[in-house]
Design a protein around this ligand. Structure first.
Ligand code: NAP
Length: 232
């Protein structure tokens, strides 16, 4: 059985990904910050296939503990999906009113969160067969296609995540680990809002298909959930 770690699995895209991979017979380690009913329900239905684990991605000790528990339970990882993310209301403030606490908090989750998780879990990917690390990025992280005149925190956190992925790809290439930055589309989640284009289930289906592609280490890295290449 293939296995996968998904962060931010309690709701939104993380929950939809968890369901999708369970349906496709993966063993799923679902990291959560606040435990929610939906995830508990899945844990009951898929007791043999799902391990839920507390993992606030801003807390390195908690991430390290989760990695140690995963080593004990399954010893390897085929796929890691860094999904946890935030987009705070303060991001919409104009230049003159920027709230630096909001900027720093956003970086702690969206950029440094995936870095903490990769730091502690990459040794598990070494032992896996698929060796795929997916960062859920955003079109908002594209510098060349940027059209926004605010949202500094969110856009900069995802652009920095993209750079982080590129550096990490250079480092992990000799170990055969492939890294992807995926834009999940504009989804109807708490973050995306009711007016968004697609459901998180549609995004999760697209992302699942991309994880089943035979990636070569020199292939592109930045795509949307349908596999369309995005420009950095
Ligand atoms: N929605 C969109 O249209 C859209 C577009 C482009 C990219 N994205 C990206 O897609 C990913 C998922 O977004 P979403 O729409 O599903 O968002 P969401 O509905 O707001 O869910 C966010 C998830 O991240 C978790 N999370 C937040 N802070 C965390 C932390 N410190 N540690 C661990 N988990 C944490 C949340 O857990 P709690 O329940 O405990 O808060 C929740 O499970 C994010 O990376 C987002 O940036 C979303």
């Amino acid at each position: 059985m293939q296995n996968i770690l998904i962060t931010g699995a309690g709701r939104g895209l993380g929950l939809a990904l968890t369901k999708r991979f369970l349906e496709m017979d993966y063993f799923v380690i679902a990291g959560y910050q606040n435990l929610q009913e939906n995830l508990l329900g899945l844990a009951n239905s898929y007791s043999e296939q799902l391990m839920i684990i507390t993992m606030d991605v801003t807390n390195e000790a908690e991430v390290a503990k989760a990695a140690a528990e995963t080593v004990n339970r399954i010893g390897s990882l085929d796929i890691l999906i860094n999904n946890a993310g935030i987009h705070l209301e303060q991001a919409y403030l104009p230049l003159e009113e920027i709230d630096f606490n909001s900027v720093l908090t956003t970086f702690q989750v969206n950029t440094l969160g995936p870095l903490r998780v990769a730091k502690h879990f990459c040794k598990l990917l070494d032992q896996g067969s698929q060796k795929l690390l997916v960062n859920i990025s955003s079109e908002a992280g594209s510098i060349s296609d940027c059209w926004r005149d605010r949202e500094y925190d969110y856009c900069m956190s995802k652009a920095a995540l993209n750079m982080q992925s590129k550096i990490m790809q250079n480092y992990l290439k000799p170990r055969g680990i492939k890294i992807l930055d995926l834009h999940p589309g504009w989804m109807r989640t708490e973050m995306g809002g009711a007016e968004a284009d697609i459901t998180p289930e549609e995004a999760a289906a697209g992302i699942f298909n991309l994880t089943q592609t035979k990636w070569r280490l020199d292939d592109g890295m930045y795509f949307d959930y349908t596999g369309k290449p995005l420009s950095w």
